[in-house]
Ligand binder design. Structure first.
Ligand code: TYD
Length: 192
């Protein structure tokens, strides 16, 4: 089972992945977590480039598109472990939402694994901007408004659930558990 968390910066993906992991493990599942960009050499390079002042220019965006696809390729085997539930902080769907053009991004990611479930943590852009450090060039209102719009279109192509990430941590967590429960064979009505 490959479950992917997506959403604009500051949506609370890492907190929610931690909570879902604890809950799944308490229910007897073996869980592995993945974060993109990864801590590989390519991932480290990506994080440096994200902080450049020209990170949102077309030239650097295309470079990032290629690097994200390469970074993802390095973890491909890990995502196919049949015995585990893999929870991933981002996937190639982030590349489709953040980089362009879409057909080229789809082409260079054609070997990426399709998620069994996409959880879109949908947060208001103004909240995103105030929650993030502003360290990365991406963390600005205009850019994130476009990304949020892209997400809502792209996820229609996948088995997905939209989670309102403007709510408090516990409410978001219980909404996520409900969405995941039926997917992994647990009872959705048993979640408070
Ligand atoms: P990170 O600091 O991990 O942000 P967050 O904690 O919000 O996920 O940096 C990831 C940044 O990289 C984030 O702004 C989204 C962007 N990104 C892409 O543009 N394309 C991609 O394919 C991926 C995986 C991330």
């Amino acid at each position: 089972m490959y479950i992917v968390f997506e959403g604009i910066d500051g949506a609370g993906k890492s907190t929610q992945i931690k909570l879902l992991k604890e809950w799944l493990e308490a229910n007897g599942y073996e869980v592995e977590t993945v974060v993109e960009p990864t801590d590989s050499e390519v991932g480290k390079l990506i994080r440096r480039i994200l902080q450049r002042s020209d990170a949102t220019t077309d030239r650097v965006q295309k470079t990032l598109g290629l690097l994200f696809a390469a970074d993802r390729m390095l973890i491909m085997d890990k995502l196919s472990d049949e015995k585990k539930v893999i929870l991933s902080d981002r996937s190639f769907i982030s590349s489709l939402a953040y980089q362009e053009p879409a057909d080229w991004i789809a082409e260079i990611n054609k070997y990426a694994k399709t998620p069994d479930l996409v959880l879109l943590l949908d947060l208001d852009v103004n909240k995103s901007v105030s929650r993030t450090s502003g360290e990365d060039e991406f963390e600005n209102e205009e850019f994130l408004t476009q990304v949020k719009e892209n997400y809502l279109e792209i996820i229609k192509n996948f088995n997905h659930e939209i989670i309102d990430a403007n709510n408090g941590v516990n409410k978001v967590s219980s909404d996520i558990k409900k969405a995941v429960a039926s997917c992994v064979g647990l009872c959705p009505d048993c979640i408070p």
